[in-house]
Design a protein. Structure first.
Length: 374
């Protein structure tokens, strides 16, 4: 399938690097609103370039647009691509407002087009293994989830030195203005609805704990750098998710069931080991046995370093979308699913300090596991 990339910033290098694992996906051109960045990115990766977004969208070769612009531009670019009859895979989130995301989904469905968004970790080996263990009843009935998405005190780190493979600096101003919830909460929120069904309510708190991010340019918006949410799912499971760029690095997950605890260390690592810890009784006390490793499933079991977003297979969601288009089947990270996740993220990020429980308004059809994880 022919794809075109819109947005040649920091994350685009990661997509191009992982697209190499999917030979059926061909990049026919790239475009960025900054001509110099378009030229640099195209030369570095040896890819064709487009001179304008209109030229890209009017090119009949382009079947799928990969929207890697900054989050504030996702809605506008995706809407233009859908209106031009192109399928779209967008970086997270679909849109910064739920109504905008809903409009994109309605437009895609009206035009018979695929619309999907990152993150695609649900398609990874670890997420699929956790889900398989849940379906097999390995911890009995799941009751409670503790999930952490803390990245350390990022505003005090040497982030000015962070660069992608082609030398593009980490977009600190954009990241801080968008906020850590929009940027990172989806890494777990894209897992849970598949595992536990649609979310019913979101009760959240968000705050800006570090008002001075020590940026070179003043921030136009100082988004929350901490959030915590309790999400109640229709199945009865309750998940507590924390997200921050203040607390020490922790991407761990624990799912508590009647017969044990299912855990993994980091959702960014697609091959993070999955473990089960079972209770046992000594007289009247209930203790936990040592954690036993549950075998990972999946086609890609090579060794990776442990930490870092670079370990993610960014292109896996693009490949899933292309395959859904080619075979006319539902997309595992498709439009209605992405809209449901988007609504949760918006509710959490915008909660503030005194919000009440938010009633979810969206839902989705059940998601199928990957064939190799059934």
């Amino acid at each position: 399938m022919n794809i075109a990339i819109v947005g040649c910033g920091f994350v685009a290098d990661y997509y191009v690097a992982t697209l190499a694992a999917y030979p059926d996906l061909k990049v026919v051109g790239v475009f960025d609103r900054d001509p110099a960045r378009t030229d640099h990115f195209a030369r570095f990766h040896g890819l064709p370039r487009f001179d304008s977004l209109d030229a890209l969208l009017s090119d009949d070769r382009v079947e799928l647009v990969l929207n890697l612009t900054n989050p504030g531009s996702h809605y506008e670019v995706s809407r233009a691509a859908l209106s031009a009859g192109k399928h779209v895979y967008s970086e997270k989130p679909l849109a910064m407002e739920t109504d905008q995301a809903r409009e994109l989904v309605d437009l895609a469905e009206a035009r018979g087009l695929q619309l999907a968004s990152a993150p695609c970790g649900l398609l990874g080996e670890t997420a699929q293994t956790v889900w398989k263990a849940l379906r097999e009843g390995r911890i009995g009935t799941p009751r409670l989830v503790y999930a952490e998405m803390d990245d350390g005190m990022v505003p005090r780190m040497a982030y000015r030195s962070w660069k992608s493979a082609s030398g593009i600096p980490w977009p600190a101003k954009d990241e801080f203005e968008v906020g850590c919830t929009f940027e990172h909460a989806g890494y777990y929120l894209t897992w849970f609805p598949a595992f536990f069904g649609p979310a019913r309510t979101v009760t959240a708190f968000s705050a800006t704990l570090l008002p001075d991010k020590q940026t070179d340019e003043p921030l136009d918006v100082n988004a929350p750098d901490f959030s915590v949410a309790c999400v109640a799912f229709e199945s009865g499971v309750v998940a507590r998710l924390t997200c921050s760029i203040v607390a020490p690095h922790d991407h761990s997950l624990r799912i508590v069931g009647d017969d044990g605890v299912l855990s993994t260390r980091d959702c960014w690592y697609y091959r993070s080991p999955v473990r089960i810890q079972r209770p046992f009784r000594i007289r009247r006390r209930t203790l936990m046995s040592p954690k036993m490793r549950y075998p990972l499933v999946g086609p890609n079991m090579g060794r990776y370093k442990y930490r870092g977003s670079q370990q993610m297979d960014f292109a896996r969601g693009v490949a899933e979308t292309a395959e859904a288009i080619a075979h006319g089947r539902p997309n595992r990270v498709g439009a209605r699913y992405g809209l449901h996740v988007n609504e949760m993220v918006v509710a959490i990020s915008k909660a503030g300090a005194d919000s009440s429980a938010y009633e979810m308004t969206t839902t989705f059809d059940p998601v199928a596991p990957m064939p190799w994880a059934e």
